[in-house]
Design a protein around this ligand. Sequence first.
Ligand SMILES: Nc1ncnc2c1ncn2[C@@H]1O[C@H](COP(=O)(O)OP(=O)(O)OP(=O)(O)O)[C@@H](O)[C@H]1O
Length: 510
Amino acid sequence: MSLEEHNGADGAQERAMGVAGINTADWASDLWRRGCERLATELPEQQFNTWIRPLPPATVVGEGAGADAASALVATLKVPNHFKRDWIRRQYAARIEAILTELAGRPTRLELALSAREPQGIAVPGVLPPAVTAAAVATPAASAEPSAALRPVVQSVASPIVLPSQAPASAKHRINPQLTFDTLVPGRANQMARTAALHVAGAPGVTYNPLFIYGGVGLGKTHLIHSVGNALLKDRPDARVLYLHAEQFISDVVKNYQRKTFDELKAKYHSLDLLLIDDVQFFAGKDRTQEEFFNAFEALLAKKAHIIMTSDTYPKGLVDIDERLTSRFDAGLTVAIEPPELEMRVAILIKKAEAEGQPMPEDVAFFVAKNVRANVRELEGALRKVLAYAKFSHKEISITLAREALKDLLSIQNRQIGVENIQKTVADFYKIKVADMYSKKRPASIARPRQIAMYLAKELTQKSLPEIGELFGGRDHTTVLHAVRKIGGERQKNTELNQQLHVLEQTLKG
Ligand SMILES: Nc1ncnc2c1ncn2[C@@H]1O[C@H](COP(=O)(O)OP(=O)(O)OP(=O)(O)O)[C@@H](O)[C@H]1O
């Protein structure tokens, strides 16, 4: 069936067809954007932010060879690891499919892939043109050169990029002058990463190259790598420093691939003194990007330029990234940023309130920090609410005022978390049966999730050890105590476990 034959179809179908004047890349990204908007209204904010928001836009193609307008669509979402894939599949896939089906006006099947191919100009069978990938649609600004008016601004801030034909394509390239070591509050959670970053800023290209920083959302990875860029530029204003998000690199590769201008790409990236690249997990499945990044990586290391990367997981946890890259990612120094501890959260609130010219008393900072634990971005959101509330009500900042300003957030937090919910969530997460939470089975694959659930039950509910033991199949309170101590102790040393617990906590508090 030809495109023209479908021009009489309804609006959604017309757009699915990529009819004249409507760009299908825009259509796919628009579909995903609208789907996300809908999900954001349906899911608790924390769940949306944890699971859906970080995903790159879906790729959408017609299903099957010779697919026509009546056939289903396949929306492929790329997820960075097995862990997230399984979770999203269980918790959200059905709802995402239903929403996309409704918005697209055609049955839309969801696929969760650990890999996706880059657009290589190969026509995909069916009515839609070649698969529209996240790379092509996620950063529309990247496809356009900056306007003449913008260019000098970009260059004066990011100063190092001087190749006129490859001037930074969007503001994402800019080093943000606000994100410095001075404005980054230190704490146990970022101690290692901050120390390593300071070291690199002082002597780039010498040790810890590459520096690989990983951790969950909103914990300060971007802030930290900007700090290194700012520090180096302060010392050496002529240094060639580039910050960019991994998607921007993907986009540059696609653009240069289409224009066959790989020399320009090389000139741009291989000439840097410091490359700061955020969220490298987005390279998953993008072979051509990985190849170019590998080339840039080797060229930069060979001339002792420094590379700092961030990711949501450690190098070996990256999926669908060539092992020759992941092993190189790990060859310098790999450090984690953890969720901030209470004292650090308090210090962040006090410092940021001070910077806003509205000092926050310590007791109020403690109150807010105790109630907002997920990450620094959420902490900032809570702070903004409290400060705005104080300003507009012309009242002093107090605990009463903070409670009032944050009442929506607090009512969500105060929702009772039940032991049953913990058992179900943990069982889903580790793919065991809920019944195994009460069973006497002892293999490690079951016993460990059970201990984790006991630990979370103690941490997140008011239940006593004997009560928890009872709810876990009549176990003795000493068994629960052992689990609580064991998991709590391991959490301090085992970053991967700590991250898993953090995800579980966020989901349960959702
Ligand atoms: N230790 C800190 N001190 C002060 N501000 C911080 C700190 N950590 C994070 N922030 C602030 O929290 C916000 C989120 O941080 P950032 O964007 O760096 O997180 P991220 O780890 O890169 O998250 P994502 O993976 O979602 O991009 C930023 O405004 C940042 O300035």
